[in-house]
Design a protein around this ligand. Structure first.
Ligand code: AMP
Length: 462
């Protein structure tokens, strides 16, 4: 998880980047940063916190220049650390390099050892820093050759926006786990994690950066190369289920429509009668709309969300997470009292939020809760950038459906089938990574994952 953005050449580069980051805030609430380039000078501002608290007019005025790169960080447990914020900037003999990375590399242990043996000194525990060291160690004088060499060393997921000297670079790994799109505004090129960032600044969407593609933007020219051998595609299906904004088009298709279809499919698979269909806001809203449409049962908002609270799972410690669950949603007692409800949620991860919410609904007087989940049980960790840390924390990895139903306190519980989920997607199933549901990882090497797990404790994903 993480949001990335870049623009070049535009006289308001930093301001537009800040707006782009606003639109992408849901991709990471831990830190925000912008780097800009004015001639040979660079200006950088980054800090822990939301975009609105990290930037103000004065700061944005100081970020001068017509090239800017921005980043929002969501990190794994325990890494709230100013050092680990991005864009990460270093100056090597040949290059000024700034990197904004979304994804998770899976061979960082090997790479960092190799680089340390060659004398590299790491400043952070971010996997993204490795890319800057690879560039600096590449021995190539041509920027394209250096980038291709550095990226050829990487395994795992990356969507990248880089500033290398006066070139803005966008890149996506050959599997395409994380999204990245290209837009245009006033003659400038824009790179962004999701199209909602282009919409906000009135940029025109041009196309997605393709898996395995690297684009080099220099003033008003863009050059695209695809230097790597093609692999299968592995778009992250969880971007459609939960992570991306519903008003974005990712992997070339709209997220809202995909979520609604998941809900429709869920209603087809598990029809049931009740007084109302209600979502767990906001994550279950669009699937609940689809469910209600197919089942012809009225849609109601049984809980109202306080919009000034961020995503509950974003707070690293469990205590804080529980507290935020409570303050985020207030049940509508007059709507719920004595009612049998179909409660729709996008997914169950740890089960703790669902349990807390069902408890609140019971206290508000609902008579029966039929929980319907718009994806299959999550049973396997993600190594490519979604924070499903270990199997231990995934409730469905350890327990069967009846146990989970009793734990969360539902009268009935059903999950969408794997086939149903894939059927609801706007792209054919071969395009997706569904490893968190099936355990079938797109990259197949056995020792790889135990190493990765070790690695996660020291070097974190972005
Ligand atoms: P829970 O009931 O505690 O499993 O929380 C489920 C809600 O949190 C669902 O809306 C999930 O989609 C959302 N969520 C998304 N990503 C994560 C994550 N990495 N860890 C925990 N919850 C997540």
């Amino acid at each position: 998880m993480c949001g990335i953005f870049g623009i070049y050449p535009h006289k308001d580069a930093a301001e537009l980047t800040c707006l782009g980051l606003y639109a992408l805030q849901h991709r990471g609430e831990e830190s925000a940063g912008i780097i800009s380039r004015q001639g040979k000078k660079v200006h950088l501002h980054k800090a822990l916190g939301l975009v609105s608290s990290v930037f103000n007019e004065k700061i944005l005025r100081s970020l001068r220049g017509d090239l800017a790169v921005g980043h929002l960080r969501y990190s794994t447990t325990g890494s709230s650390n100013i050092k680990n914020t991005q864009p990460f900037y270093v100056k090597s003999k040949l290059w000024d390099i700034a990197i904004a990375h979304n994804g998770n590399l899976t061979n960082t242990l090997e790479l960092s050892k190799e680089l340390e043996n060659r004398g590299a000194l790491f400043q952070t525990t971010m996997d993204s820093e490795i890319i800057t060291h690879l560039l600096a160690h590449s021995q190539k004088k041509d920027i394209k050759e250096a980038i291709v060499w550095a990226l050829s060393k990487l395994e795992g997921a990356y969507s990248l926006v880089l500033m290398v000297n006066d070139t803005l670079i966008g890149a996506r790994d050959t599997f395409g786990w994380r999204p990245l799109c290209l837009g245009k505004l006033d003659g400038a090129y824009v790179l962004a994690s999701e199209t909602c960032a282009l919409d906000l600044i009135n940029a025109e969407y041009i196309r997605d950066i393709e898996p395995g593609e690297i684009v080099f933007i220099k003033k008003d020219t863009i050059e695209s190369i695809k230097p790597f051998k093609e692999t299968k595609r592995a778009f992250c299906i969880f971007e459609y289920i939960y992570f991306s904004r519903p008003d974005s088009n990712i992997f070339c298709h709209n997220v809202y429509l995909a979520r609604k279809k998941l809900g429709m499919q869920l209603a087809n698979e598990f029809p049931i009668q009740a007084d109302m269909v209600m979502p767990i806001p906001d994550s279950g809203v669009f699937a609940a709309l689809g469910f209600a449409e197919v089942s012809k049962i009225p849609f109601e908002f049984g809980m109202i969300r306080n919009h000034y609270i961020g995503r509950t799972f974003i707070q690293p410690s469990q205590d804080l997470r529980d507290f935020r669950v409570k303050i985020k949603l207030n049940p509508l007692r007059d709507v719920l009292k004595g009612k049998e409800v179909i409660l729709v949620e996008d997914s169950i991860v740890r089960g703790t939020t669902s349990r807390a919410r069902l408890k609140t609904l019971r206290q508000a007087g609902v008579s029966k809760i039929h929980m319907r989940v718009s994806c299959p049980p999550l049973r396997f960790p993600c190594f490519y950038g979604i924070d499903f840390p270990t199997r231990k924390e995934l409730i469905a990895a350890k327990h069967d459906l009846d146990w989970v139903r009793d734990f969360i306190g539902a009268d009935s519980l059903e999950y969408l089938s794997l086939e149903g989920m894939l059927k609801a997607m706007p792209l054919a199933k071969e395009n997706f990574c569904t490893a968190c549901f099936t355990g079938e990882y797109p990259v197949n090497h056995t020792c790889h994952f135990s190493k990765t797990l070790l690695e996660r404790s020291s070097r974190q994903s972005t």
